[in-house]
Design a protein around this ligand. Structure first.
Ligand code: NAD
Ligand code: TYD
Length: 354
């Protein structure tokens, strides 16, 4: 079996669903259920014995140690993190705590477990750390895209904390021989995306008749990857990646934010037109820019294609249409998230104040 951390979040839950749809290898899913964790993403797995959910923190060494001893996973995929740049600007401490201290404690528990395996199991074991292209900093307009050897130049507390975790993971390979893999991926979008991030926020606000906030001039560029393509890349790296290596993952889809928002508005005009006949782009509002806002991210995903034969299956056009349709079909999920109702279940289940 494998241990997934952060498997109730956006990418982690997509990964767990895809993993169990593709094969029968069980998943232990360790998630602290912060505001970003939502077991409603995994309702289709209720009663499925292949999915074992554990409510807990990656920084809880005793818990992780006992899970490793009990389930003896052959691999760990570490998604657990604080992930929103804007939140990291308002409150960086949680990012240091989970992304740096949490990853460190997880690595310590894993190192002890791995050290106790026999030689064959040690060689087969993998620790896959899921990271971001934001660790490389910002590109100028004509710079080549980020390769795996690009200098680390993180600019936000979020990207700095992810960069620190990447360095720890790397060090555990070089110092202790732990068979680690790191993936650095561009911006994901798709089902179960928390509506604090650009794409789900714009879809939600458009349908709710609210402003569509564009930071600054809206000309910041991101590379966008449909989430199931990220999940397939992670599966591929886990299966064939060389221990100690990092792999950049991206969609070859560089878009300025304003273009993304215009595309979303145009799709919504088609699929769910405003009752007053006005286009959704009329709701676009320019707001104060994010401090330290990175201008451009772009990923050279050539290494993972050359070495492991991975390429995205979706184009931006196909992925964004599927995404809008998913949000239109799943308004109850969106309502639960935006009302906070999804958190009542956590309170009921765990009696926790979260
Ligand atoms: P998310 O915020 O939607 O989910 C994070 C999950 O981790 C949540 O379920 C949360 O409850 C859980 N979590 C947080 N702190 C924890 C802790 N201390 N212990 C256990 N669980 C904890 O994030 P996401 O967008 O799904 O991102 C997942 C990973 O992928 C992150 O490591 C992120 O840095 C990375 N990443 C994200 C993107 C993106 O576009 N979203 C792109 C590249 C890389
Ligand atoms: P976001 O989804 O927060 O991802 P990241 O900051 O990790 O790239 O933001 C994507 C881009 O959209 C980023 O350049 C910031 C911008 N943005 C807005 O213009 N308005 C918004 O309301 C949000 C949330 C983001």
């Amino acid at each position: 079996m494998i241990l997934v951390t952060g498997g109730a979040g956006f990418i982690g839950s997509n990964f767990v669903l895809d993993w169990l749809a593709a094969a029968d290898e069980p998943v232990v899913n360790l998630d602290a259920l912060t505001y970003a964790g939502n077991l409603g993403n995994l309702t289709s797995l209720q009663g499925d014995p292949r999915h074992i959910f554990v409510h807990g923190d990656i920084g809880d060494c005793a818990l992780v140690t006992s899970l490793l001893a009990q389930h003896r996973p052959r691999a760990i995929v570490n998604f657990a993190a604080e992930s929103h740049v804007d939140r990291s600007i308002h409150g960086p401490e949680d990012f240091v705590q989970t992304n740096i201290v949490g990853t460190f404690r997880l690595l310590e528990a894993v190192r002890a477990y791995w050290g106790g395996l026999d030689v064959a199991d040690q060689a087969a074991f993998r620790f896959l750390h899921v990271s971001t292209d934001e660790v490389y900093g910002s590109l100028a307009k004509d710079d080549p895209p980020f390769s795996e050897t690009h200098r680390y130049e993180p600019n936000s507390p979020y990207s700095a904390s992810k960069a620190a975790s990447d360095h720890l993971v790397r060090a555990y390979h070089h110092t202790y021989g732990l068979p680690v893999l790191t993936t650095n991926c561009s911006n994901n979008y798709g089902p179960y995306h928390f509506p604090e991030k650009l794409i789900p926020l714009v879809i939600h606000n458009a349908l709710a008749g609210k402003p569509l906030p564009i930071y600054g001039d809206g000309q910041q560029v991101r590379d966008w990857l449909y989430v199931t393509d990220h999940c397939s890349a992670i599966r591929r790296v886990l299966a064939g990646g060389r221990p100690g290596e990092t792999y950049n993952v991206g969609g070859w889809n560089e878009k300025p934010n304003l273009d993304v928002v215009h595309t979303l508005c145009a799709i919504l005009d088609e699929l769910s037109p405003r009752t007053d006949g006005q286009p959704y782009r009329a709701q676009i509002t320019y707001v104060t820019d994010r401090p330290g806002h990175d201008r451009r991210y772009a990923i050279d995903a050539g290494k993972i294609e050359r070495e492991l034969g991975w390429k995205p299956a979706e184009t931006f056009e196909t992925g964004i249409c599927k995404t809008v349709q998913w949000y239109l079909d799943n308004q109850a999920w969106v309502g639960n998230v935006t009302s906070g109702a999804y958190r009542d279940w956590v309170g009921k289940q765990y009696g926790a104040q979260q």
